[in-house]
Design a protein around this ligand. Structure first.
Ligand code: HEC
Length: 181
């Protein structure tokens, strides 16, 4: 009897983990969506109100605040890229590897809106979702930037690497981590 119980527990373990991973992925997608929507709202509002140079200041001050507000409870929410503007967004090993993998998947023709990755270990769950470059983004991340945008970026981000992107390129990714008890 005891053997049977142990066997049953062993057999169920992978299923339990799969169910957990599905639930965590759903939660992560929701968090990434909220972050994306908040950032986009702030960005559009900033540009409409005062133009792209001023919107850079808004991104500079608000992007970390928005990510911080969403990083409540056990979730850590942020953005990363192979070419960062803010050095604080520099990828770690798993993020860098995943960003390279996303590039390959994009080249292979996968829909950028659906490119994502997960990693579940004993004490944390990680999730990344691709961020493609859209038309609005090239104002501040494109190859040809206006003089005022260049000047403001030079002041705030002297080591900026996040330019030269075209519409459709992979700009970066949302990156989320949940600590598991
Ligand atoms: C008004 C200028 C502006 C526009 C337009 C803009 N960004 Fe940014 N972006 C910034 C600034 C400034 C930062 C650095 C924010 C910070 O300090 O965290 C940034 C950072 C990022 C990052 C984090 C990684 C990094 O490079 O540090 C990603 C990803 C990103 N932007 C994607 C986008 C996408 C996608 C769009 C279009 C939907 C976009 N941006 C439009 C100014 C802009």
């Amino acid at each position: 009897m005891r053997y049977l119980m142990i066997l049953a527990a062993l057999a169920a373990a992978p299923f339990a983990q799969a169910a957990d991973e599905a639930a965590l992925t759903a939660e992560a997608r929701q968090q990434a969506k909220s972050l994306g929507q908040s950032l986009m709202k702030t960005l559009k509002h900033g540009i409409e109100l005062s133009g792209p140079e001023a919107a850079i200041d808004l991104c500079n001050t608000e992007a970390p605040v928005i990510a911080g507000q969403l990083s409540e409870g056990d979730w850590q929410v942020g953005r990363t890229s192979l070419k960062v503007r803010n050095p604080e967004n520099t990828p770690d090993v798993w993020e860098e590897q995943t960003l390279h993998e996303f590039e390959q998947r994009l080249q292979a023709g996968e829909d950028p809106m659906k490119i994502e990755a997960t990693r579940l270990t004993e004490n944390e769950f990680r999730y990344m979702k691709a961020i493609p470059t859209g038309g609005l983004c090239v104002t501040c991340h494109g190859a040809e930037l206006s003089e005022p945008v260049k000047a403001r970026l030079a002041q705030l981000y002297p080591e900026d690497q996040a330019r030269g992107f075209s519409v459709g390129d992979l700009r970066g990714a949302f990156t989320l981590t949940k600590t598991l008890q």
